[in-house]
Design a protein around this ligand. Structure first.
Ligand code: UDP
Ligand code: MG
Length: 206
């Protein structure tokens, strides 16, 4: 059975809607690194909300200053801005499968994305990592990011616990969370990631 016909038979009502996987986890949990691996193997387009916001700052947009200040403070940029950037990137990609990395970061982000795009994630890939390890990685990665200093890192951890984890819990209650133990070398973590994506691919092909 063809893909479209298969979807219809499932009654999933998702015809023409892109596939979205939200990739969540604390700062430094390995989202970006593993997304790059997933892109190579599974043909998704990787959209990092943080990267889109940083590109918006570099482009000299009128929101640039506001975004830069919020990132420096580890705060969450208003949903309107982020959802628009994500939507535009999805449209421009020409793909229909997306890893949305580092978003939604709070309940408002989540509701705004679903209301505007009418897309629900296929599942949520959640990288579980303790703070000590995340802090070590962030302080060692030297990507020249203004928010990778100990003061901002502590703020980001607090925002993650208070605002972002509730989003993971929301999807957990819907049975959509696929949790990955992220305190391991990159290759080992990717083995666990593949164990999630391979069965998903078989389900689509079946
Ligand atoms: N950010 C935001 N909304 C988003 C994604 C990122 O406001 O949807 C801001 C926020 O200030 C965050 C920063 O961008 O602390 C860096 O996000 P990124 O995802 O790049 O960092 P990570 O958590 O992956 O280290
Ligand atoms: Mg990242």
């Amino acid at each position: 059975m063809g893909n479209a016909a298969n979807k219809e038979a499932n009654g999933s009502g998702t015809e023409n809607k892109p596939t979205v996987v939200f990739v969540l986890g604390g700062p430094g949990s390995g989202k970006g690194t593993q997304c790059a691996n997933i892109v190579k193997q599974y043909g998704y387009t990787h959209l990092s909300a943080g990267d889109l916001l940083r590109a918006e700052i570099s482009s000299g947009s009128e929101n640039g200053n506001m975004i830069q200040n919020m990132i420096k403070e580890g705060k969450i940029v208003p949903s309107e801005v982020t959802v628009k950037l994500l939507q535009k990137a999805m449209q421009e990609s020409g793909n229909d499968k997306f890893l949305i990395d580092g978003f939604p970061r709070n309940e408002e982000n989540r509701a705004a994305f679903e209301n505007v795009t009418k897309i629900e994630p296929k599942f949520v890939l959640f990288f579980d990592c303790h703070e000590e390890e995340m802090e070590r990685r962030l302080l060692n990665r030297n990507q020249g990011r203004e928010d990778d200093n100990i003061e901002t890192i502590r703020k980001r951890f607090k925002v993650f616990l208070e605002s972002s984890l509730p989003v993971v819990e929301y999807y957990e209650a819907k049975g959509k969370v696929r949790k990955i133990e992220a305190v391991k070398p990159v290759e080992e973590v990717f083995e666990a990631v593949k164990a999630i994506f391979d069965p998903e691919r078989e389900k689509v092909a079946a």
